[in-house]
Design a protein around this ligand. Structure first.
Ligand SMILES: [Fe+2]
Length: 345
């Protein structure tokens, strides 16, 4: 089976990708245009955007797209090129970028993490390679570092601005709500996921779905643990829609639409709003057919490390972390990261 990783990702290659168009967005997943948008101004667009986001998070799917978010496609193509080169490096070179100690960072081999198991929502190994960028990063070269630093800066900035909009739309005090201040002044973790072309009926040793009658998955059903997630995804060449969100008691495909990012809310934000806004669960399907490789680059925005978990009802967290009783988000994140590191196959 062909398993080379496509690294010649330039704009021409973007043009040839099998993107979905905007009319393919599910009806409960709005596309929010941020063109010319100044997050600090008080114009009608802000009120319209806030209303659309809050309706989506309170009563809709909990997922929305953004477009014209201020990151050029030319830069994204370069980011994907340097990242693709990392995954194409010889095995022994990639292994030098594996980091077994916290914080979670560096290179992760296919099937070495199990998102569903880590958060106790099932058992479905992640059939993808990952590379993670947070603190004390390890990287192959300075070009790579510069690209990843920039991606982190840009996506953190967008996340922070979206969270300020959500806080404002919920009528929260801008100065005196310490939990919200911790959320806004948060930290980011970027993870790039490369899903190789392994059909669900293949006998490839990396395929863990061969013997099951259930829906073949590349990543099990889960909600994200932070406050907000920005996802930049590329489409499968065969048109397969891999990402699904759990909406209205069913799963709905979230296709890769050119020049958009997908935004969803994590558990932390849902909990501090008393469940007022949703942390929608989602999963990643495996295709039955060849031509289903894809990439997804996620910015997970977490509250600042001193976010005081003692001040909130931790009922939902207790389900995630078992016996551990963290005082701060930093403790919580470390215990979750240990779950990822230790619950390997
Ligand atoms: Fe997720």
């Amino acid at each position: 089976m062909k398993k080379e990783i496509k690294t010649d990702i330039h704009l021409e290659y973007f043009d040839s990708m099998n993107w979905y168009n905007e009319s393919s967005a599910p009806k409960n997943v709005p596309i929010i245009d941020l063109k010319g948008f100044n997050f600090d101004s008080k114009n009608n667009d802000i009120e319209k955007i806030k209303a659309t986001i809050i309706e989506c998070l309170k009563n809709g799917s909990g997922f929305f797209y953004i477009k014209n978010f201020g990151i050029e496609e030319a830069y994204l193509s370069e980011f994907l090129r340097v990242t693709g080169e990392l995954f194409q490096m010889p095995k022994n070179e990639k292994e030098k970028l594996i980091c077994p100690t916290l914080p979670l960072r560096g290179y992760t081999e296919t099937n070495k993490e199990n998102t569903a198991l880590a958060i106790n929502s099932g058992d479905s190994p992640d059939i993808c390679m990952k590379y993670t960028w947070t603190q004390n990063n390890i990287y192959p070269n300075i070009d790579f570092k510069n690209n990843w630093d920039l991606y982190m800066d840009k996506t953190r900035s967008i996340s922070r601005k979206l969270l300020e909009l959500i806080r404002s739309a919920l009528g929260e005090d801008e100065k005196n709500n310490q939990l919200w201040n911790n959320v806004i002044n948060g930290e980011g973790m970027v993870r790039h996921l490369y899903y190789p072309d392994i059909p669900s009926n293949s006998e490839d040793p990396l395929n863990h779905n061969l013997s099951t009658n259930e829906t073949p998955l590349r990543m099990g059903n889960h909600s994200d643990i932070g406050s907000i997630t920005l996802l930049y995804q590329t489409p499968c060449p065969n048109g397969f829609v891999s990402l699904e969100a759990e909406i209205d008691d069913g799963f709905v495909g979230i296709p890769a639409i050119r020049n958009t990012m997908v935004v969803n809310i994590g558990d932390t934000l849902s909990i501090i709003t008393g469940g007022e806004i949703k942390a929608t669960k989602h999963r990643v399907l495996q295709s039955n057919h060849q031509g289903s490789e894809r990439t997804a680059t996620a910015l997970f925005y977490f509250p600042s490390s001193d976010f005081d978990l003692k001040k909130i009802d931790k009922t939902e967290y207790q389900g995630l972390i078992g016996k551990i009783n963290p005082n701060t988000f930093s403790d919580f994140l470390n215990s979750m990261s240990e779950n990822y590191c230790n619950k390997n196959l």
